[in-house]
Design a protein around this ligand. Structure first.
Ligand SMILES: [Zn+2]
Length: 256
């Protein structure tokens, strides 16, 4: 199993990354992608990929961390990507978050950073890891302006039709804890219907606790429970689901 989205440089993991990674491996997690949020944590994320076997990085500028980005951040990102080690397998986390950015100026800055990162992803032929909250349509328009782009819309929640639109634009859908909540009927129906070859699993740990685990930090080990629920929604066995979604992630990120 592959956790395609885990902020493993955040607390509580950063205090004991080896033991958390060991626990995840014991649950059958073989690989994990750790996206970064700003230039401040690129080196921390890259150093995790050196310390822990099976851990890969994305380098990017997250839309919720606008205060950490400057006018030179995209240039620095380009330099970091051009000198990237093989375990840097993606651009991201990038995207739009109109819950955090509810003003025009902030939304425009998010857009500019997104455009820059879409350009870089295509330029370096890397997949892009995308975040979207209350911004599905503008995000879709931005992605469609870069034909040939590859990537993943992480923490997908939405309708089957929205899922199809993102798949048609070249993205995979990252499926995480949302589907474990029975109230998430629309997303659960969408995941049941959408083609398995475009789905990957994730936790978004330490955020997005699964149903029944609210109030505790989420961990990459929980991707196993996400797999249980997705297999149930798809009506297939868990082994099949794990193999297929891992193949999808391998195809997308091209792990060494
Ligand atoms: Zn994230």
């Amino acid at each position: 199993m592959i956790d395609t989205h885990c902020h493993f440089d955040f607390s509580p993991f950063r205090e004991a990354p080896e033991s958390y990674w060991q626990a995840a491996r014991e649950k059958g997690v073989t690989r994990m992608v750790v996206p970064s949020v700003s230039e401040d944590n690129w080196s921390a994320v890259l150093s995790l990929t050196e310390r822990l076997h099976g851990v890969y990085a994305g380098l990017g500028l997250h839309p919720c961390f606008l205060d950490a980005h400057t006018d030179t951040s995209l240039d620095k990102l380009e330099r970091a990507l051009s000198a990237r080690p093989t375990r840097c397998v993606a651009v991201g986390e990038a995207g739009l978050d109109f819950v955090v950015a509810n003003q025009n100026t902030a939304q425009q800055r998010q857009h500019a950073l997104l455009e820059g990162q879409l350009w870089l992803a295509r330029h370096y032929d890397l997949p892009i890891i995308l975040h979207s909250r209350k911004a599905h349509n503008p995000l879709l328009r931005a992605v469609k302006a870069y034909p040939g782009i590859r990537g993943v819309l992480h923490a997908f929640s939405g309708s089957e039709q929205q899922g199809k639109q993102f798949i048609d634009a070249g993205l995979m859908l990252g499926v995480g804890g949302t589907v474990t909540y029975s109230r998430a009927q629309k997303t659960r129906r969408a995941i049941a219907q959408l083609p398995l070859e475009h789905l990957v699993l994730e936790t978004d740990a330490p955020d997005m606790p699964l149903a029944g685990f609210q109030g505790k930090p989420n961990t990459p080990s929980q991707v196993s429970r996400v797999a249980d629920v997705v297999a149930e929604l798809k009506g297939c066995d868990k082994d099949h689901l794990m193999t297929e979604t891992s193949d999808n992630a391998e195809r997308l990120f091209g792990f060494d």
